[in-house]
Design a protein around this ligand. Structure first.
Ligand code: CMC
Length: 421
């Protein structure tokens, strides 16, 4: 069977035959039939918007790999910083490379004092930490002359190190501001995850990060590091393709992540479980979802139509965390909800399964993070994924993103004076 597709324009009888590679064919071939012909694909449901060698995702079989490595192996054996290196550079580092990378990231964790004293202190006292995070990432770029020097790989690498290193610092700073606590400086003797937990929770001298919670945090960071062309990463690529600096691009990606249908879902899950209130009320809630009165947050995925491999790993990690912190009171409701939904034809027919956000919120809550911080916790590790895609598109010299539209508005008409309308 030939690996081609033949398209005929029935209006003209013209035909074009295009190769299919990796399940994809180039839609630009349509232009050979008629230069004014475009594909209509709102929300990119069946469009591959780019080539990418970073993350492989097979939604039917629940497969997720970073640079070829299965997510299960990375979650078990790797660390977030090693995964960030892998995403950026394409291969796992050797010992020297990992030491250098860890040193470089660790020595960029501090942020300019004006960021904290003038910028962050200017927020309203009850500002949402994710809104603060988005703005702070954009503002950070204004502190570095080289930020716009995106053609230079050395400068690009410098900005990458800064953004990966400073994301937890900004996140912790936003949180501490929102609860009126003094900011903790980064401690460069700690691991990436332990440093973040330390900046978040240390009050006085007696705080020590529990290594089991440090590991759980690292696993969550690994699982969230990349997810190919999701909404936020697409935003990163679209903005990056205009050659905006990486800070502005990452702020745009973080804004996309903020929405409840994307990274904001974990926050919505906790709200939903709290509203349900008890196991007995789960069936009634599921019925209301089926009537279209709301969505089951943490369920369903645009790509995974069988299971989300991240959800499986996270469910196990949740129990490891509960061993240290005690069980979340919402866990029983979540388990019951999962059980009811997974046996209900409505969810089975629509292939709706728990996604990464269904259990991550419960872990975050057990780790004492307020719900407003959940999306920020997603954004910290996703920074490395966003930057890997940004770097890839620049190296490959991708053109500026500029989709076309299907115009459905009024035909040409003459302006009518105000008095005649
Ligand atoms: N609860 C109830 N019904 C749902 C849900 C849900 N969570 N998700 C989809 N459906 C139904 C939807 O109503 C539709 O039914 P019908 O065919 O009768 O109209 C059908 O399933 C298909 O839904 P869709 O909206 O066309 O699917 P989509 O691929 O556009 O949406 C989604 C994917 C993730 C936005 C959606 O499943 C959703 O809103 N889930 C809840 C929010 C959530 O958990 N988001 C986190 C995604 S994972 C983290 C990430 O990677 O960002």
């Amino acid at each position: 069977m030939p690996d081609t597709i033949t398209i005929t324009d029935d209006r003209t009888g013209k035909t074009v035959t295009v190769p299919i590679e990796g399940g994809v064919f180039s839609s630009s071939a349509l232009r050979e039939l008629d230069p004014s012909l475009f594909m209509y694909d709102p929300a990119y449901m069946s469009t591959a918007a780019t080539q990418s060698a970073i993350t492989y995702l097979d939604g039917t079989n629940g497969v997720l790999r970073y640079r070829g490595y299965p997510i299960e192996q990375l979650a078990e054996k790797s660390t977030y910083l090693e995964v960030a290196y892998l995403l950026m550079n394409g291969d796992l580092p050797d010992t020297t490379q990992l030491d250098q990378w860890t040193h470089d990231v660790t020595h960029h964790t501090f942020i300019h004092e004006n960021m904290r004293k003038r910028f962050v202190d200017g927020f309203h006292y009850n500002a949402h930490p994710m809104g603060m995070f988005v703005s702070a990432v954009a503002a950070l770029g204004t502190f570095y002359d080289g930020a716009k020097n995106i053609e230079d790989p050395v400068s690009r690498n410098h900005q990458v190190l800064r953004l990966i290193a400073k994301a937890p610092t900004i996140a912790a700073m936003c949180y501490r501001f929102s609860v009126g606590l003094p900011f903790n400086m980064p401690d460069n003797d700690l691991s990436y995850s332990a440093n973040f937990l330390n900046m978040m929770w240390k009050i006085g001298e007696n705080y020590e990060v529990d290594p089991r919670l440090e590991r759980a945090m690292d696993i969550l960071f690994i699982l969230h590091a990349d997810h190919e062309q999701n909404c936020g990463t697409t935003a990163m690529r679209v903005i990056g393709s205009s050659h905006a600096d990486p800070y502005s691009s990452a702020a745009g990606a973080a804004s996309a992540l903020y929405g409840p249908r994307h990274g904001g879902a974990n926050e919505a899950v906790i709200r939903m479980l709290t509203e349900i209130g008890s196991i007995d009320d789960v069936p009634a809630f599921v019925e209301s979802v089926k009537k279209g009165e709301g969505r089951l947050m943490g369920f369903g995925h645009r790509v995974y139509k069988n299971f989300d491999p991240r959800a499986t790993i996270i469910k196990k990690a949740a129990y490891d965390v509960f061993d240290v912190t005690g069980k979340s009171p919402l866990l029983d409701i979540a388990l019951k909800l999962e059980e009811v939904a997974l046996s209900d034809p409505y969810f089975i027919e629509r292939k709706l399964y728990p996604n990464v956000d269904f259990y991550s919120g419960l872990i975050y809550q057990a780790l004492r993070f307020p719900t407003e911080m959940f999306t920020v916790l997603f954004a910290i590790p996703r920074m490395s994924g966003w930057l890997a895609h940004w770097d890839e598109l620049l190296v490959e010299g991708q053109k500026i993103s500029r989709p076309r539209q299907w115009y459905t508005g009024a035909d040409e008409r003459d302006y009518v004076d105000l008095t005649d309308r």
